[in-house]
Design a protein. Structure first.
Length: 92
């Protein structure tokens, strides 16, 4: 599972799975186990805004922190995504 960063944001790793690259760009947020079942999933728009598909076990505050982080870093994150997928942003 490729991680966008090696460090945690709001206590969660931000990553995607190699079998999910058929979808548009998105970010999973999960604890150290990196399990999709309890992870949050954010679809990323072309301007860095996100659409929360699944909140998982994250609190509203954690979701907000991660959304702000994605908004600030989405271009860099997209470069990592592009190494694995030809699919673009959400609703592009």
């Amino acid at each position: 599972m490729p991680k966008y960063y090696e460090y945690m944001v709001a206590g969660y790793y931000l990553y995607f799975t190699s079998h999910c690259i058929i979808e548009c760009m998105h970010v999973h947020a999960s604890d150290k186990k990196l399990t999709e079942g309890s992870s949050a999933k954010f679809f990323v728009k072309e301007n860095g805004d996100t659409v929360l598909q699944n909140q998982g076990r994250l609190t509203d505050r954690e979701v907000s922190k991660i959304q702000k982080f994605i908004k600030k870093n989405y271009r860099e994150m997209f470069m990592k995504w592009s190494e694995y997928s030809k699919n673009g942003f959400y609703q592009e």
